[in-house]
Design a binder for this molecule. Structure first.
Ligand code: URA
Length: 213
């Protein structure tokens, strides 16, 4: 069983934890980091979508007609908080290739740590769709809370948030701002430092994915 605290689920599957340890290691290459993030996204996607409702549909196999289960309702939406969210997004789309995608461009002002929006593009009909917002790092939660506010303004009413690592401060801020949004993470680390980085964390996820500094 994955431990659940309030509406935060820590997905502590051994494969996820092992891969996360390699990602945290500063010696891991950019290619390795990217590949592992994608692999972890597969494993986490499996857990986050575990309770999706099914309906029986009629199909024809080469041998006979049958009733077979299929995911019920409108297509899922994955909302990636740019740019590091795209690392998780790629893995999620491997498993749910028909999902719709929203991109939310927010960067952190390094002085104020507040999110600055520079891009927002989402499917127009967000009502009654499951929207899974992805960003590897839930640090101050400023970007995540702002992204979810934007989605709610556009009608989203069924949202989950998926990250790789969270800071306790970010979890507290996020769950206070959006108590209706369940959070899924692979680990909750010790703390944030004065620059808003997660300690021990894994550094800047975007820089490690894209080889920037
Ligand atoms: N964003 C990152 O990429 N890393 C952190 O530690 C915090 C925010």
């Amino acid at each position: 069983m994955n431990p659940v605290r309030g509406n935060v689920t820590v997905i502590d599957h051994p494969l996820i934890q092992h891969k996360l340890t390699i990602m945290r290691n500063k010696e891991t290459s950019i290619a390795g980091f990217r590949r592992l993030l994608r692999e972890i996204a597969h494993l986490m996607c499996y857990e986050v979508t575990r309770d999706l409702e099914l309906e029986m549909i009629t199909i024809e196999t080469p041998m006979a007609q049958m009733q077979s289960p299929a995911i019920k309702g409108k297509k899922l939406v994955f909302a990636s908080i740019l740019r590091a969210g795209n690392g998780l997004l790629d893995g999620m789309l491997d498993l749910v290739p028909a999902a719709r995608v929203a991109h939310i461009g927010l960067y952190r002002d390094h002085e104020t740590l507040q999110p600055v929006e520079y891009y927002f593009k989402a499917p127009s009909n967000l009502e009654d769709r499951l929207i899974i917002v992805v960003d590897p790092m839930l640090a101050t939660a400023n970007s995540a809370t702002a992204a979810i506010e934007k989605l709610k303004e556009r009608g989203a009413n069924n949202i989950r948030f998926l990250c790789l690592l969270a800071a306790p401060e970010g979890v507290a801020r996020f769950t206070e701002a959006h108590p209706d949004v369940p959070v899924f993470t692979a680990a909750i680390d010790e703390k944030l430092n004065e620059k808003g980085y997660i300690i021990p964390g894994l550094g800047d996820a975007g820089d490690r994915m894209y080889g920037t500094k």
